[in-house]
Write a protein that binds this ligand. Structure first.
Ligand code: PBG
Length: 324
């Protein structure tokens, strides 16, 4: 026998051959663009830790969403930056709050754009936590009502998908109930099912002004050491009525994405979070990595790990590459 019989390099000889045998393809259909919406008019405020990402007032959010739509991006997820914060996060479930108005205006201007909303009160509370606070405790059950009310007002405004990111136990069930009781049986729930307490959310907290004023989020977000627990979280959210489940963050959790994909048959999303975005930009600005190639490799790896949908600040840039 001549050595070697199998030569893996045969299938790597030309771009066309590589294209034929490539197992994973990233599509524009997979991309979901996170957007930060704030009060005012003609506001476009850059976020220093996230080059290329801005806070937009509603008029500019519509422009941005239109551009994303014309590139073929099917969905956006909205994060609200209210003018007023209080201990109960009242603006989160104000029927005329910033996100509720943004949803109405986007759906009126661009009915085909899928509008997802982040359901969590941390951007709206003065203490910056995702639940109601008593002393140094984050309360679970009293928070559920507020989340359900927030989701209902989003659905009333026309949101297609509500995405709870708070990590309170039982929130999917209470949101599903509230939606069904208010005639929103078709509103989809995408739950941040396995969401870890991660250092990679740092730049987002600057963008959304949601740094907790005391303590951290470790009593509600998952411990990065755990993997079996992610399956329990996902199973519970599916049982409570989640239509789509999410793993977050993405890059430090590619193994979790794969385990969830192997174990469950519901549509799976992953959140390529702010810190993952900022890292690529920082290293690329220093000339240490090639930013665009790194971006595409990261998104492909998330898809290969098993996620169908990817929430990513790279959505616009990646869509441009995919449109080439
Ligand atoms: C909570 C929420 C956070 C992110 C999405 N939803 C922040 C947090 O849990 O502290 C982080 C997203 C990112 O880092 O890109 N509303």
């Amino acid at each position: 026998m001549p050595f070697p019989i199998h030569r893996s390099r045969r299938l790597r000889q030309t771009p066309s051959i590589r294209r034929m045998v490539r197992e994973t393809a990233l599509s524009i259909d997979d991309l979901i663009a996170p957007l930060f919406v704030c009060e005012g008019r003609e506001v476009q405020e850059s976020i220093s830790a996230m080059p290329g990402i801005c806070r937009f007032s509603i008029d500019n959010i519509i422009k941005e969403t239109r551009e994303l739509g014309s590139l073929g991006v099917p969905a956006v997820i909205l994060f609200g930056i209210p003018d007023k914060k209080d201990p109960r996060g009242s603006e989160a479930y104000n029927p005329d709050g910033i996100v509720q108005r943004a949803i109405r205006d986007i759906k009126a201007a661009l009915p085909d754009m899928v509008v997802i909303t982040d359901v969590c009160i941390d951007e709206y509370t003065d203490h910056g936590h995702c639940g109601l606070v008593e002393g140094d405790k984050i309360l679970n059950d009293p928070t559920l009502e507020l989340l359900a009310e927030m989701a209902r007002t989003h659905a009333d405004a026309g949101a297609d998908i509500v995405a709870p990111s708070d990590m309170m136990d039982g929130r999917v069930r209470s949101i599903r109930q509230a939606l069904d009781q208010s005639n929103h049986v078709d509103t989809i729930i995408m739950s941040y099912a396995a969401k870890y307490a991660s250092a990679f959310y740092g730049p987002f907290r600057e963008a959304a002004d949601s740094v907790p004023k005391f303590g951290d989020r470790k009593s509600y977000q998952m411990d990065p050491g755990n993997s079996d627990e992610a399956l329990r979280e996902v199973r519970q959210d599916i049982e409570e009525g989640a239509d789509i489940v999410m793993v977050k963050p993405a890059l430090p959790c590619l193994d979790i994405i794969r385990r969830v994909r192997d174990e469950f048959d519901v549509p799976l999303a992953a959140y390529n979070v702010s810190g993952e975005y900022s890292m690529v930009h920082a290293a690329s600005e220093k000339g240490w990595i090639e930013g665009e190639t790194a971006m595409m490799e990261i998104l492909l790896s998330i898809k290969r790990a098993g996620a169908k949908m990817i929430l990513t600040y790279f959505a616009k840039d990646a869509a441009r590459v995919l449109n080439r």
